[in-house]
Design a protein around this ligand. Structure first.
Ligand code: BGC
Length: 470
């Protein structure tokens, strides 16, 4: 058995190089969970036009049809942490893949609204679980040097899923095929996730946490033989120190701040209003004077593509310039764009359509380089190994809860406050997000996960330095 003694052995006798290709492959498979998250959230925007007709929806039942997925995601986020800690990241993702695939087909077949809603809650459950277990699994498999970029593969997949859902909605709508195939298509990546995960190993950190050191050793030997000795040593220190994890563990000195940062980022990621754009972009373009529905949907599709491009830029930059600069620059960019949008609506400019499109593109790029990827990355990095499932779960619940709150209040806010003040309200929240990140979010770039754990335990100081964020 590879216990403490073998942890200190020379573990790279053959001088093997690490397997970057294997690690990229693993990230790509796990990121199919992200693709499904994006697809299943984005698909409803185009599908709701058809559902409205087929199920004779009122505004209330339409809101229900749209938000049922979000209800499922919150349940999934609550359950997913315990599930992935109990049965492992791999089995959890396999079960979710089955739910994604079966749920997609069932949704497409449903004859009435209550059954449709039940299926969306079921699929939402898988989205909620996968939204944090996929990035967490990638973070636990990745060598520290590649972790930021690899985990962000998942956010890239989310944005690709959203963009693809817009384009598929558009194509199927033009072909007059209705809403059913829009949902059924998600079975394909669902099956991809299932087959892919069957071939991947369990996370070495989860295995070590269950005292299965032999398997953890084997997994690391495959993933990053060059760093294995150091990784095993720090995993060992992390999983054997301290008392067994409970929710109260967070409230002991130091760790509560990890939770504050995780939950704070989760809420700010939603409170800056991203999903008013993702779910309601055609409506916003409509306000700005886009005459035809096709024009508005086409502009929305452009927003989807720019979201993907911004996320690619983030992948390139995250492990070079770090997480904090991107969060800070992104928050400023969003605030500026939101102030501009409010001003454009306030002025009632005649060419508002183009100006709103430009502002929305600035906004989406700013989100895509900062809050979008960095929240999910940090929620997989911030928490100590033994509490990662629980911590990730709590911040994911906050994220989906915030998402639901913003999505169901947007149209009413427009009614009550008017367009300018609604966007200015989100601008104030983007400024608050800047202040929060400036003071509380540490720079985790290049640190291994156990190093991050000691940062919290040392009262927010990196080992061997006095600097707080650095
Ligand atoms: C957010 C989603 C959002 C998506 C947009 C994700 O990071 O959690 O709520 O729809 O980014 O790209």
């Amino acid at each position: 058995m590879a216990t403490t003694s073998s942890i200190h052995e020379d573990v790279n006798p053959q001088g093997k190089a690490s397997h970057p290709l294997a690690v990229y492959g693993i990230a790509a498979v796990a990121a199919l969970g992200g693709l499904l998250f994006g697809y299943d959230t984005g698909v409803i925007s185009g599908a709701s036009l058809f559902l409205r007709k087929d199920f004779a929806l009122t505004s209330f039942t339409e809101e229900l049809a749209v938000s049922s997925l979000l209800i499922g995601t919150i349940i999934g986020a609550v359950v997913g942490g315990r599930m992935s800690d109990a049965i492992g990241r791999k089995k959890t993702l396999i079960i979710m893949a089955i739910i994604f695939a079966v749920g997609a087909i069932l949704t497409a077949l449903m004859p009435n609204l209550p059954l449709f809603i039940a299926c969306r809650i079921l699929v939402g459950f898988a989205v909620g679980v996968a939204s944090f277990v996929s990035p967490m699994y990638i973070a636990e498999m990745a060598p520290p040097k590649l972790r930021g970029g690899l985990v962000t593969f998942n956010q890239l997949a989310v944005t690709i899923g959203i963009a693809v859902s817009y384009w598929i909605d558009l194509a199927l709508a033009n072909a007059n095929l209705g809403w059913r195939p829009m949902f059924a298509v998600a079975a394909i990546p669902g099956l991809g996730l299932l087959v892919g995960m069957l071939f991947l190993s369990e996370s070495p950190r989860w295995l070590a946490g269950k005292d299965r050191w032999d398997e953890a050793d084997k997994a690391l030997n495959y993933l990053s033989p060059a760093d294995k000795k150091q990784e095993l040593k720090s995993i060992h220190e992390a999983v054997t120190s301290g008392s067994p994890p409970t929710i109260r563990s967070f409230f002991r000195a130091g760790l509560s701040m990890a939770l504050v940062v995780g939950v704070g980022l989760a809420l700010f990621q939603q409170f800056v209003g991203i999903n008013t754009v993702i779910y309601y972009a055609p409506t916003i373009f409509g306000y700005a004077g886009f005459k035809s529905a096709t024009g508005a949907i086409l502009a929305t599709s452009v927003v989807g593509v720019v979201n993907v491009i911004g996320t690619i830029i983030a992948i390139v930059l995250l492990d070079r310039v770090g997480r904090r600069p991107l969060l800070l620059v992104g928050s400023v960019g969003m605030a500026v764009a939101l102030v501009a949008m409010g001003a454009i609506f306030q002025a009632g400019a005649s060419n508002a359509g183009t100006l709103i499109l430009i502002s929305l593109l600035v906004y989406i790029v700013s989100f895509a380089i900062g809050m979008g990827p960095v929240f999910w990355l940090l929620s997989s990095e911030l928490f100590p190994t033994r509490l990662r499932g629980t911590g990730g779960s709590i911040s994911t619940v906050a994220n989906w809860g915030g998402n639901l709150l913003i999505s169901i209040t947007f149209l009413s806010l427009i009614d009550v406050l008017g367009k300018p003040f609604t966007f200015w309200l989100y601008a104030i929240l983007a400024i608050a997000s800047f202040v929060f990140c400036w003071f509380l979010v540490p720079e985790t770039n290049g640190r291994n996960l156990e190093n991050i754990e000691s940062y919290w335990k040392n009262g927010r100081k990196w080992e061997g330095t006095d600097a707080k964020h650095e």
